[in-house]
Design a protein around this ligand. Structure first.
Ligand SMILES: Cc1cc2nc3c(=O)[nH]c(=O)nc-3n(C[C@H](O)[C@H](O)[C@H](O)COP(=O)(O)OP(=O)(O)OC[C@H]3O[C@@H](n4cnc5c(N)ncnc54)[C@H](O)[C@@H]3O)c2cc1C
Length: 307
């Protein structure tokens, strides 16, 4: 067996939340061969396989994971004209920069979303309008239950706001991503990426332990959308209103459970102030959800994944 499987590996340092217990077993996987070996090994031990990538959208339970956790690592990519073929472990920002230098882009508004391109595709990551789905040609995935490998064309990926076929069917592990980019000048691409990152730094809190937006922005009843639009002078996208706005209106901005806090700058970020536990994060999330439900009759759904 060429794969190295380690035991009792702390997962908190591998996530942006910095929360959670250890993985009973852990392996870094880069090739399809590694993944197959890992699946077989876990199957023989009767253990579930859990996928981790950049760790920027996950909450690990305090007790850890009685499983084989496989971390997708790899940075290999290639270009054929404007078509980019990337390993899912590639860092998203690195790919945006490298593409821009080669004169291909269009996706610079996604610059600064932490994590890998595999994680981004799985959650259809987006920012300032564009979503990763807008650039996807095809996604190759391997079924960790049956070992089947399939190529999914964009329209077969069931992309929606922060959703995809892969998110609804976690047994499919993304192993390759093919994107079609637009011609851009390297200077323009660099400029948009840098402006986007600056805008993110202005709008979002930096250097905190969090998993980005904890809840998805929900579709709201027309009366709530109308209050939001009037108050903010903005137009709702697809009838959605920001979860952060609802949380603030429900009086939960800054709310605290132990060391977990709804950020007072960006209420939809649940922040680990130092020693927060997963239990505290979940209790706070539940309180926020109840308050928003009571005030607006809107059910908030997690965007972050509880492993
Ligand atoms: C400060 C901050 C800001 C953020 N801003 C944004 C934003 O603007 N827009 C946005 O959309 N998101 C944002 N996020 C959330 C996060 O960065 C994205 O969801 C990111 O795409 C997750 O990628 P990852 O590699 O870190 O995935 P992980 O967090 O490691 O994994 C997330 C989920 O994807 C699964 N997964 C990962 N790789 C694969 C694969 N190859 N195949 C199948 N499943 C896989 C994992 O099992 C897990 O369930 C932010 C997060 C932080 C911390």
């Amino acid at each position: 067996m060429s794969l190295t499987i380690k035991e009792n590996i702390p997962l908190a340092p591998l996530t942006t939340f910095k929360i959670g217990g250890p993985a009973r077993y852990f392996a870094d996987v880069s090739s399809e061969g590694d993944i197959r070996e890992a699946i077989q090994w876990a199957g023989e031990k009767g253990l579930p396989v859990i996928v981790l990538a950049g760790g920027s959208n996950v909450l690990v339970p305090d007790s850890g994971l009685d499983a084989l956790v496989i971390r997708i690592s790899g940075d290999e990519y290639s270009f054929e004209g404007n078509v980019l073929s990337a390993h899912p472990g590639c860092n998203l920002l690195t790919l945006i920069k490298i593409s821009g230098e080669r004169g291909f882009g269009g996706w610079e508004k996604l610059a600064g979303i932490p994590g890998t391109i595999g994680g981004a595709v799985r959650g259809n990551a987006g920012a300032f309008g564009p979503e990763i789905k807008d650039f996807i040609e095809c996604v190759r995935a391997l079924n960790i239950k049956t070992s089947e490998v399939r190529d999914f064309k964009n329209e077969e990926c069931s992309f929606e706001y922060r959703e995809s076929f892969f998110k609804k069917n976690p047994e499919w592990l993304i192993t390759r991503i093919i994107l079609k980019l637009l011609p851009v000048t390297p200077d323009e691409s660099k400029k948009i990426s840098e402006e986007t990152i600056r805008e993110r730094e202005k709008r979002h809190i930096q250097n905190v332990c969090a998993a980005g937006s904890y809840f998805k922005n929900p579709v709201a009843p027309p009366d709530v959308v109308s209050i939001f639009e009037k108050e903010k002078g903005l137009t709702s996208r697809g009838g959605r209103v920001p979860a952060g706005w609802l949380i603030e209106k429900a009086g939960m901005k800054g709310a605290v459970v132990g060391d977990a806090q709804s950020s007072s700058q960006h209420p939809n970020y649940i922040v680990n102030n130092g020693r927060a536990t997963a239990e505290q994060v979940r209790t706070l999330a539940e309180k926020i959800r109840e308050s928003v439900l009571m005030q607006f009759k809107i059910h908030l759904e997690e965007e972050a994944v509880i492993l």
